[in-house]
Ligand binder design. Sequence first.
Ligand SMILES: Cc1cc2nc3c(=O)[nH]c(=O)nc-3n(C[C@H](O)[C@H](O)[C@H](O)COP(=O)(O)OP(=O)(O)OC[C@H]3O[C@@H](n4cnc5c(N)ncnc54)[C@H](O)[C@@H]3O)c2cc1C
Length: 369
Amino acid sequence: MPGFALAPDQLEWCGELRVLAGARLRPLADKGEPGRVNRPLVEALGEHGLLARLFGSGALDLCLLRESLAYACTGAETALALQGLGAHPVAAYGTPAQRERWLPEVTAGRAVAAFALSEPDAGSDAAALRLDAGQDKGGWRLTGEKCWISNAPGADFYTVFARTTPDAGARGVTAFLVPADRPGLSGTPLDLLAPHAIGSLAFDGVPVGPDDVLGERDRGFRVAMNTLNLFRPSVGAFAVGMAQAALDATLAHTAHRTAFGGPLKDLQTVAHRVADMATRTEAARLLVYAAAEAYDRGDAGIARGSAMAKLFATEAAQYVVDAAVQLHGARALQRGHLLEHLYREVRAPRIYEGASEVQRTIIAKELYR
Ligand SMILES: Cc1cc2nc3c(=O)[nH]c(=O)nc-3n(C[C@H](O)[C@H](O)[C@H](O)COP(=O)(O)OP(=O)(O)OC[C@H]3O[C@@H](n4cnc5c(N)ncnc54)[C@H](O)[C@@H]3O)c2cc1C
């Protein structure tokens, strides 16, 4: 198969996912409480077998899932992605007992997962994290704070990155699987521009033991970075799905809306803008698929390709959604309009899982290596 062309069965699957997202998942997403975990939606993702595709199917599958769901229902896309982000460390680094306890529940949509890396003073510079894992009777006690944690405080367990060795930067971090009912763990929801389930977590001497470690002691930063390497192209896929939805809405609108004696599409500036929107969307899609395929093949230079895909696709989607708003005029800004929704949704992916500037730094570092 030539690079970047999807096989007929993949294209068919994407079509089915879009229909499923629009017909079955969006009604559930619409009923959810903004900013809170939507359990019926997560359960539906499990019942339709989508969560089971998160583990072991590869980066390209993940991208196709995210792009297709995002096209018709960003809420379903995000709920799916967060299950993956929170539980991938368990799938990739968990002990048999940890995997048996949590993965069937995650894939069934009965347990909600979260990935807790960021802190008030450690965002882009994640290696500066300070959540303290102080030694205590053969285990540790976690003390400190995490913030901007998707699915918090409503998740059932958290992959938590904590400092086991002080002053050791990225080398002194351990990943722990922390069930939400551990004593001393509490959380507060945060209210964001887009209706994203997110909150902060407070750790007041939360006990964890050797059985809760994911991977090896002091090697947790690798767990975080390897998880992000897999998910980065798929953040790009999320962006491509949103861009395609905005582009299709714009094509329909500009073909029918009349002004100055004809449809908007007959104005050359409008048609050229739409051509730019389509070109950037397609370029983003190709970069995303290329990065995902490279990840699945185990190629060298994965970090650069993943960073390029995430950077280009999220920036392209911002451009496309903004242009779509412009070409729709006032109606795009009305609460409840698809573009009003996408305009709010499209902003955050340029910040999370490595801001655009951080992606540029990764790319440049690889180029000068
Ligand atoms: C919707 C949403 C969901 C999130 N979900 C999670 C989650 O589930 N788990 C989790 O752990 N975190 C999550 N986060 C947090 C996210 O990962 C951080 O916001 C991100 O890493 C940036 O950190 P910060 O916000 O502290 O910004 P800062 O690190 O303070 O950076 C602010 C800005 O400074 C600039 N900047 C930073 N570093 C550089 C650099 N090296 N070079 C040039 N410019 C730079 C960039 O413009 C950047 O946007 C989420 C955030 C959002 C918005």
